[in-house]
Write a protein that binds this ligand. Structure first.
Ligand SMILES: Nc1nc2c(c(=O)[nH]1)N[C@H]1C(S)=C(S)[C@@H](COP(=O)(O)OP(=O)(O)OC[C@H]3O[C@@H](n4cnc5c(=O)[nH]c(N)nc54)[C@H](O)[C@@H]3O)O[C@H]1N2
Ligand SMILES: Nc1nc2c(c(=O)[nH]1)N[C@H]1C(S)=C(S)[C@@H](COP(=O)(O)OP(=O)(O)OC[C@H]3O[C@@H](n4cnc5c(=O)[nH]c(N)nc54)[C@H](O)[C@@H]3O)O[C@H]1N2
Ligand code: SF4
Ligand SMILES: [Mo]
Length: 888
């Protein structure tokens, strides 16, 4: 395809914290195409499956396009006046702590800066917290304990320079795919590079690992304190570094020595042999990077896990040097930007501290603020508790979906429903949160908004608009400015462009800084609109008169503590048993490759919705047997808080005693898939981050008497089934169903699903066998097809989906849809592996059987894995399984 470079806009991907550069183009017919930006230093042209499918997510069909008050359309003025007056009145009557903002790492820095400024400087409360509390809070707290500031020391290049990469609680292959690809490419060049994965599950990331440590849930503190003790015993320490640049080593080593190897074995579930192999490798490899993510952060011991890891790096001096360092990778596109502006309830702005009177005074002077909040505000879990018990009376939620993503989600939903005044700024008209808003404000989405984001390696990049704002949608920063003005803060919120906001943020970072604070982008404090528009990606720190060339921190110590030394933290491993006789399994939760959070964007893409089209739970075969169900059964997972219905996926990749389910399904996509309804609001005592990966549950088979599968052109409105899950597909929608009852008028049911009263209906019923097939046609086009069976329906999903776009000219053609052998003559492609080219697992297995022995050969034969490359790990697993079978 010819790309008209003149019309390509360079922007950044709105998904993960890798922060890839994207070139987007709108053709004259309005068609949008995207490709990786070859010049962007995060991805050098690569994109993963989600980035590659961005063009499929910009449709306007489910967008919120004008403000609404109590569900009726309203003008902007009316809506903004109502928000401002209700907030002002609530503050006047009940004080500033009676209001709160709950915001998001998916806001741009400019939006985030203003939201924080309004709450902390002008409303005078620190009740602004963010979904980063669920994501990065333990890393922030760990950094601050060890370094005196929330500093990520390293850069992506360190991953390529390392001789050993330890991945802890990170499914990089699916969650940071382009970083994973960079590591895979580096390893291809230097095959001696070693990779260790620490994760209770054998995830796709294990594909690249030389060693997979299937650790017991929350065994990480024991693993890394054990490592520190080992480094001490083996004299594998950097004594000079410890003396010159750190304090507290003695106490940390003493605390670490509380567990001997046998105790570490018990706490981690790993064998002594595995531990010694890992410990020896770590001890022997100077160039080591430890990458960690939610398996570390989302835990009641999250902050201790972070510091246990950092301790090992400090003890060996492996920080601030090329190819070394602890590396917390950020999840959301602007998780790092949110930290820069101080968006967490316990931070101030520009990495200043709310508890520090000097910092507060400095920020007050800079903002010319009446009152800067003088104490930390409520952290997310506490905030929603305060909403529930009436302390918070007005709440503004921006760019996050807490009814699905907060722990104890049913209680959070009840709190939001009971709150006297709820404002939601979102891009969609209907989400599980938006539906409870008194005022919904339409925000511009990716492709329509302008601003900056910061990725995991502190690189600030522009997001640029290439589409006009649809309907009456406005940028989040402008909405905040308009509300602030109406609350009487005109002067401090007089910004006319995002460039003005960015410049103010940059100026604050450099204000009275002198190297005392890590976050300094003072060099950008005086740029103009043209400079901002042309801004190339850059990595902080960039102080005003900077001569520094390294973007790595701590190259020669110089931490942000008072004595400029890093602090070891003395940590004792504690194990907590959460399972009980009634709830004997540990539920671990997380992500899948092709969906993003609550599916508000990836759920729009047919390509991305095909990889995994249903909520599921992964469980070890022995556990499934013990609990009495088989593969593809519908199961009920329950905890004392709630329950969900999902499909069982039985796999030995799962540790016995633990199960895994993805966080993505919501009431918009499934009958009962809101996983966070199961999760108790337990938090880390230091960071306040919820433990989203360690929940005691029980699982039982849901007694489904009938199963169904349907494809249809229109999304069904109401589905009267115990279990259903809808997913977008090419040409329409697909639905998986299960029913508690055996018999019904299936033709009438199909009619209600398709909602096409004038369609021609064809049906096949085998009542004895409980098999029914019903199809509806509008002339030559299939409106919908519905398949019913007493066991999980065996029809080929890809064949059925293809029928939506096929022409069924003759009556005979139309009959094949309901004929007994529908689709059988065509082999089922199997579960989608490559979403770019829609290649299924069975096709890859067939190509392997036909002689393909490498990922490249599969690519040659089927194209699978040759575009974004996100599925190469899965292809490798299929190849590995084939080799294993051949060897048997
Ligand atoms: N495809 C996709 N990519 C995403 C996202 C998405 O929604 N979809 N979201 C983005 C965001 S916001 C984030 S925060 C990141 C998250 O990225 P990751 O943290 O990599 O993803 P998760 O799947 O949440 O969890 C990672 C792993 O932690 C493991 N784990 C669970 N408990 C423990 C434990 O006790 N110890 C250890 N060592 N490991 C454990 C889980 O088995 C899981 O494989 O992904 C980002 N990228
Ligand atoms: N069980 C479990 N729960 C989890 C996690 C887990 O691992 N397990 N992970 C946690 C983590 S790490 C995270 S980051 C959270 C994520 O959880 P959420 O933040 O709730 O997830 P999203 O689905 O990304 O929600 C973003 C919302 O913002 C809207 N939106 C998108 N762009 C814009 C915009 O430009 N402006 C505005 N105003 N709105 C916009 C979208 O339509 C959507 O409603 O989930 C947390 N919850
Ligand atoms: S790795 Fe994928 S999701 Fe993450 S920023 Fe890059 S293209 Fe986007
Ligand atoms: Mo996250």
């Amino acid at each position: 395809m010819e790309i008209d470079a003149a019309r390509e806009v360079s922007t950044t991907c709105p998904y993960c914290g890798v922060g890839c550069g994207v070139l987007a183009k709108v053709a004259t017919d309005g068609q949008v195409t995207v490709r990786g930006d070859p010049d962007h230093p995060a991805n050098f042209g690569r994109l993963c499956s989600k980035g590659s499918a961005l063009a499929e997510t910009i449709g306007l069909d489910d967008r919120l396009l004008h403000p609404e008050i109590h569900g009726r359309r309203a003008g902007w003025d009316e809506a903004l006046n109502l928000v401002a007056s209700t907030f002002s009145q609530t503050i006047a009557e009940h004080g500033p702590d009676a209001v709160a903002f709950y915001v998001s790492g998916q806001l741009l820095t400019e939006d985030y800066y203003l939201a924080n400024k309004l709450m902390k400087g002008f409303i005078g409360s620190a009740n602004i917290d963010t979904n980063s509390r669920l994501c990065m809070a333990s890393s922030v707290a760990g950094h601050r304990r060890a370094f005196g500031a929330d500093t990520v020391p390293g850069t992506y290049e360190d991953l390529e320079l390392a001789d050993l990469i330890v991945l802890v609680g990170s499914n990089l292959a699916w969650c940071h795919p382009v970083l994973y690809q960079r590591i895979a490419a580096a390893r291809e060049k230097r095959p001696d590079m070693k990779i260790v994965l620490v994760d209770p599950r054998r995830t796709m990331t294990s594909d690249i690992a030389d060693m997979h440590l299937a650790i017991a849930p929350d065994g990480d503190v024991a693993l890394f304190t054990g490592l520190l003790a080992h480094l001490g015993q083996q004299n594998a320490l950097d004594r000079a570094y410890i003396t010159t640049h750190t304090t507290g080593f003695g106490q940390a080593l003493f605390a670490a020595s509380a567990l001997d190897l046998a105790a570490v074995t018990a706490a981690t579930g790993l064998s002594e042999e595995e531990l010694v192999r890992f410990y020896s490798l770590f001890a022997a490899t100077q160039k080591t990077v430890t990458v960690y993510s939610q398996g570390v952060n989302q835990s009641t011991s999250g902050t201790d896990k972070v510091n246990a890891i950092i301790n090992c790096h400090l003890a060996t001096g492996r920080i601030g040097k090329p190819g070394t360092g602890p590396f917390s990778v950020t999840g959301q596109p602007n998780a790092m930007g949110g930290r820069e502006v101080g968006g967490l309830a316990n931070m101030l702005a520009a990495h200043m501290e709310i508890e520090n009177p000097e910092h507060r005074e400095r920020v007050r002077r800079f903002w010319k603020a009446p009152a800067v909040a003088h104490k930390p505000g409520l952290k997310a879990v506490d905030m929603f508790e305060a909403v529930a018990d009436g302390r918070i009376k007005a709440l503004w939620i921006m760019a996050t979906n807490p009814v699905d993503s907060m722990p104890d989600a049913d209680a959070v939903e009840a709190a939001i429903k009971a709150c006297p005044f709820v404002v939601v700024s979102d891009v969609l008209a209907e989400t599980d949160t938006v539906r409870h808003a008194h005022v919904s404000l339409p925000a511009t989405a990716w492709g329509e908004k302008d601003g900056t984001v910061t990725n995991s390696e502190r690189r600030i990049s522009r997001q640029r608009a290439f589409l006009a704002a649809p309907g009456e949608a406005r940028s989040d920063w402008r909405i905040i400015v308009e509300v602030a003005k109406r609350m009487g803060f005109d002067e401090a919120f007089s910004h006319e462009t995002p460039a003005e906001v960015f410049v103010e943020h940059a100026a604050l970072s450099g204000f009275e800084n002198d190297g005392e604070r890590d976050f300094d982008i003072g060099a950008y404090a005086a740029i103009d609109v043209e400079d901002y528009d042309a801004l190339a990606p850059f990595q902080w720190p960039t102080p005003r008169q900077s001569t520094r060339t390294s973007t790595r921190f701590f190259t020669s110590g110089n931490f942000y503590t008072l004595d400029r030394k890093a602090r070891f933290i003395a940590i004792r491993a504690a194990t907590e048993v959460r399972t009980t006789a009634d709830y004997p399994l540990i539920l671990n939760t997380g992500r899948i490759r092709d969906h993003w959070h609550t599916m508000t964007r990836t759920g729009k893409s047919p390509r991305l919705s095909q990889h995994i089209a249903e909520p599921f739970v992964e469980i070890h075969p022995a556990d499934a047997l013990h609990h009495g169900f088989g593969d593809a059964d519908i199961v009920r997972i329950s905890s004392p808080r709630g329950e969900v219905l999902v499909r069982a996926l039985i796999t030995p990749r799962q540790r016995q005693g633990s199960v895994f389910a993805p966080m993505h399904w919501t009431d918009q996509f499934a009958a009962r898939g809101r996983l966070d309804a199961l999760i108790a609001p337990l938090v880390d005592p230091v960071s306040g981050q919820p433990a989203l990966k360690h929940v005691a549950v029980c699982i039982e088979k849901f007694a489904a008497r009938t199963f169904g599968f349907a494809v249809m052109r229109q999304k069904p409105e109401l589905i009267d089934a115990s279990y259903w899950a809808v997913a977008r597909c090419r040409g329409g929608w697909r639905v998986e169903l299960a029913f508690a009852d055996a018999a019904a008028d299936w033709t009438a049911f199909a009619g209600s699903l398709f909602d096409a009263p004038l369609a021609e209906m064809l049906a096949y019923h085998d009542r004895d066998a409980g098999q029914h097939r019903i199809a509806a046609f509008d002339g030559e086009r299939l409106v919908g097809a519905f398949f019913v069976a007493p066991a999980p329906v065996a029809v080929s999903r890809s064949w059925a989906v293809e029928q939506l776009e096929a022409t069924h000219a003759s009556q005979r053609d139309r009959f094949t849809i309901v004929a007994g052998r529908a689709g059988v003559e065509r082999p089922d492609a199997g579960a989608t592996v490559c979403s770019c080219f829609n290649i299924g697992a069975n096709q890859i297995v067939a190509a392997v059987a036909a002689g393909c022995t490498t990922v490249e050969a599969i690519g040659g034969a089927l194209k699978a894995g040759t575009n974004c490359g996100s599925c190469r790990a899965e292809i490798r697993v299929i190849l590995g399984a084939a080799r294993f079978q051949a060897a048997e």
